[in-house]
Design a protein around this ligand. Structure first.
Ligand code: GLN
Length: 546
């Protein structure tokens, strides 16, 4: 029977519950256990697919096409836990399902209520992951204890221990131990209050993971243990890691969290294997090269909008043992100031995915700059669409070329709506989503990197390259190096005459791991490194470097 770990958060949001949960999953896997991971989000949207990146950061897409919370990206990067649409549920989705059942008459005349109907539905989605081949299910509860929205989830996980036995459940509470500068002291009171709130609703945490800027003294740990009713060894310090998120699991191991979990849940675990993880951290900490990449997007200044892109670049840095200086450039800034001043210092330029017209011309200018200056360029989804528009306007000789997403009446619709999208009216969950196969041209650069003819990559788009223009583009030197198996949808383009200009209709960033970089990210960063070295390793003052 699978055991359950519930991870809650207190005091403030953004404490890194997702990262901590992913790290716990990774540590248990490295002790030979089979883990499943899940996030329950308290908001009412059915999924984050309809939310703006300002609200929610990146929308993370899974193989099965579900649009999920970005914490699932951490789960996939840290663990091998298979993720599906069962791995992320929201209040909206839970209510929708209960309401649909009610409409079908499934409640046989009863009054439908939060307790037991909503809480039962929540318990069902948790139980669904506890299949026979699973040792531990880790369920992260989004939001902060005390929020009105998270109450039904907390109530459900309280009841859950009654259903399956307390000995099969472990409650881990992530909290903040605040450093007050004026007093030069760590403050434990917010943690006490947050645990107090949990206990009021009937949950006594078994383990407290304390996020902190400074080391927590033995005295403070004793105080937290006493007031929060946990043994002192269950007060785990998680000090801020400003170097890399991949350090988090090791710092938890230093505080013996894995041993504590194994002991408390009586898990039949092996000794911890951390060689691979230590090796990647060693490469990260000891770079032998340096290079710079500009990410040009509409939300470049927003920390989480292109989360998986920044992570995949880091993975490529680990792979090439290189420190990558990343510049986040808002494409509208390029419209105002031109590409030369903002981009000249960079060794590679990446344009990520996106929606809507704002900032498009800046992206197109950035791509022209990369193409003409022979700077390695990587276009992703909207980045690919902009790359073909740029090529159409400045090489093929179609100055008014555009996408119908931005200009419905363009005389040259190089990018147009996918056929299957014409009848679509709802916005949520209706794009071309998830893993789709593509065939690679064996003479292409893409093929060299993937080293295989058929690939499966994740998609999230409504528009496609307009095939009426393919011949004209080929005549001007563009290679359509990846297409859907029937040859109809363009998936990858490249310019063989350019040192490295590759653009893809899908999202390779979702399949990159620190232990297994995505081949195209490895290729792009490798080409950028070559350019850096050819320029003589000079350190150039970079605009907007982070
Ligand atoms: N807006 C474009 C489309 O819908 C690109 C989407 C994306 O970059 N994810 O096709």
């Amino acid at each position: 029977m699978a055991k359950h770990i519930f991870v809650t958060g207190g005091v403030v949001s953004s404490l890194g519950k997702g990262l901590t949960s992913a790290s716990i999953g990774m540590l248990l896997e490295q002790r030979g256990l089979r883990v499943r991971m899940q996030k329950l989000d308290p908001y009412i949207n059915v999924d984050p697919g309809t939310m703006s990146p300002y609200q929610h950061g990146e929308v993370y897409v899974l193989d099965d096409g579900s649009e999920t919370d970005l914490d699932l990206g951490h789960y996939e990067r840290f663990t091998h836990s298979p993720l599906t649409r069962d791995s992320n549920h929201t209040t909206g989705q839970i209510y929708l399902s209960v309401i649909n059942k009610e409409r079908r008459g499934a409640f046989l005349g009863k009054t439908v209520q939060v307790i037991p109907h909503i809480t039962d539905e929540i318990k069902n989605v948790i139980q669904k992951l506890a299949e026979d081949d699973v040792d531990v299910v880790i369920t992260e509860i989004g939001g902060t204890v005390g929020d009105i929205e998270s109450q039904p989830f907390l109530e459900a996980i309280r009841q859950f221990a009654l259903d399956v036995g307390k000995e099969n459940c472990l409650y881990i509470h992530l909290t903040l131990v605040l450093y007050l500068k004026a007093a030069d002291e760590l403050k434990t009171k917010p943690t006490q209050h947050s645990v107090g709130q949990l206990r009021e609703i009937g949950i006594q945490p078994d383990i407290l993971i304390c996020r902190t800027e400074r080391s927590i003294s033995l005295e403070d740990r004793q105080k937290i243990a006493l007031f929060c009713n946990v043994p002192i060894k269950a007060v785990i310090e998680e000090k801020d890691k400003d170097f890399s998120i991949y350090e988090v699991p090791l710092s938890l191991v230093d505080n013996e969290l894995d041993c504590l979990i194994v002991q408390k849940l009586e898990l039949d675990a092996e000794a911890l294997k951390l060689e691979q993880w230590r090796d990647l951290l060693h490469r990260l900490r000891n770079p032998v090269h340096e290079l710079s990449i500009a990410v040009v997007g509409k939300y470049a200044k927003h920390r989480d909008a292109y989360k998986s892109i920044y992570e995949a670049l880091d993975h490529a840095g680990i792979y090439h043992q290189s420190q990558i200086r990343i510049g986040r450039i808002e494409s509208e800034e390029i419209e105002r100031e031109g590409p030369e001043r903002l981009l000249a210092g960079y060794d590679g330029i990446l344009v990520p995915g996106g929606f809507g017209e704002r900032g498009i011309e800046g992206k197109i200018d950035a791509i022209r700059f990369a193409r003409e200056r022979k700077i390695p360029f990587f276009g992703i989804c909207l980045g690919m669409q902009c790359a073909v528009i740029e090529f159409a306007r400045n090489v093929v000789g179609l100055p008014h070329a555009d996408s119908t997403e931005f200009n419905k009446d363009t005389s040259h619709p190089i990018i147009c709506l996918l056929d299957e999208q014409h009848a679509v009216t709802d916005k949520g969950g209706t794009m071309r989503l998830g893993a789709q196969p593509a065939h690679l041209d064996s003479s292409s650069q893409a093929y060299d990197y993937y080293n295989t003819e058929v690939i499966h990559e994740r998609h999230r788009h409504r528009y496609e390259f307009n095939n009426a223009y393919r011949k004209q583009f080929e005549a001007h030197g563009m290679l359509f190096s990846g297409t859907s198996p029937d040859g109809e949808l363009v998936e990858i383009i490249e310019l063989p005459a350019h040192p490295w200009l590759v653009a893809v209709q899908f999202h390779p960033e979702f399949k990159s791991k620190p232990t297994a970089v995505h081949p195209l990210f490895a290729g792009f960063v490798g080409a950028s490194l070559q350019r850096h070295q050819a320029r003589g390793d000079q350190r150039i003052g970079l605009q907007n470097e982070i």
